[in-house]
Design a binder for this molecule. Structure first.
Ligand SMILES: NC(=O)c1ccc[n+]([C@@H]2O[C@H](COP(=O)([O-])OP(=O)(O)OC[C@H]3O[C@@H](n4cnc5c(N)ncnc54)[C@H](OP(=O)(O)O)[C@@H]3O)[C@@H](O)[C@H]2O)c1
Length: 281
């Protein structure tokens, strides 16, 4: 039961990477954890059994599975206090080299899956009049990176979604935080997770090869420590006033500061033309 002391966390994509480390940090902090993943055997392999841990199969692309998992989580622990929408992957590739069905698949997981899991959990959070949702976005949810249009579009989408949701559910004591990691050392850039463009457009040949090589070379070399991100989320979950956005990693802070200043200067530079479009009455 969520008794006000130890909270119950519901985490998607918890078989490896950030999701796994967030689950481990929450367990270490004495919380109950519902660790979900596409493959139940993969979950069983990485977690030791624990009374405070429930492992459930959940492909976030299945709305009915999400609803069923939410029900099971509540039946076991009495509620869900913290939802971590973590499941996701990167569809990389220069836009014209990524087929439409791959872009749809990217949105099915990163955006619609996240929305469906949120939809499954929210009624329970509304009922208990409290809750915290961490939506794992990315620096790519605020900055467009070359060779990552599908991925960044999906993360920009959840930024817009989360910002609106935060306003709508605040009245029920539910807070929403977008987590914007920089580059973290997980399987994100590994062939076991990442997807590259499947079309070839000769005009992009050299450019595309160079950009993708830039991503490949970072595989398992990233500076971010997933275990520390897990601990940071536990800390944030205990804050009365959680931020709408939380940048994770020194690279994230640097990239985002530069991007926000560039946006502000562009806004300032064009401000007089911008305001000139008003109807003058
Ligand atoms: N690592 C980074 O540098 C970084 C930076 C910014 C944002 N992020 C975001 O962080 C999140 C976690 O990524 P990661 O770095 O931990 O990568 P990862 O090591 O590749 O782990 C991705 C996790 O998502 C799961 N997943 C993918 N599609 C799923 C689906 N349809 N249903 C359920 N689970 C699914 C994977 O499950 P399987 O094991 O079954 O494949 C895996 O558990 C993603 O949303 C990613 O966009 C990562």
């Amino acid at each position: 039961m969520s008794d006000g002391k130890n909270k119950t966390w519901f985490i998607t994509g918890a078989s490896r990477g950030l999701g796994y480390e967030i689950a481990v940090a929450a367990l270490a902090a004495g919380e109950n954890v519902v660790a979900t993943g596409r493959n139940l055997d993969a979950l069983r392999k990485v977690y030791e059994s624990d009374d405070r841990l429930l492992l459930l199969a959940l492909d976030v692309c299945s709305q009915s599975q999400a609803a069923d998992c939410a029900k099971q989580a509540v039946a076991r622990f009495g509620g869900v206090d913290v939802l971590v929408n973590n499941a996701g992957y990167g569809q990389l590739g220069v836009f014209e080299e990524v087929a439409t069905d791959r872009i749809s698949a990217q949105f099915e997981t990163n955006v619609f899956g996240l929305m469906d899991v949120t939809r499954a959990i929210l009624p329970y959070m509304r009922e208990q009049r409290k809750g915290r949702i961490f939506n794992i976005s990315s620096i790519g949810g605020a900055i467009g990176f070359e060779g990552a249009s599908a991925y960044c579009a999906s993360k920009f989408a959840i930024e817009g979604f989360s910002e609106c949701l935060a306003v709508e559910v605040k009245q029920f004591g539910i807070g929403v935080t977008l987590v914007q990691p920089g580059f973290f050392r997980t399987d994100f850039l590994d062939d076991s997770s990442i997807s590259y463009g499947d079309l070839r457009v000769s005009d992009y040949e050299q450019y595309s090869t160079a950009v993708m090589a830039g991503y490949r070379i970072r595989n398992h070399q990233q500076a971010g420590d997933p275990a520390k991100l897990g601990e940071a989320l536990v800390k944030l979950s205990r804050e009365e006033n959680c931020p709408l956005r939380f940048a994770a990693g020194s690279d994230a802070v640097q990239y985002l500061s530069q991007a926000y200043s560039a946006r502000q200067s562009e806004l300032d530079q064009w401000a007089s033309l911008s305001v000139s479009t008003d109807i003058l009455e």
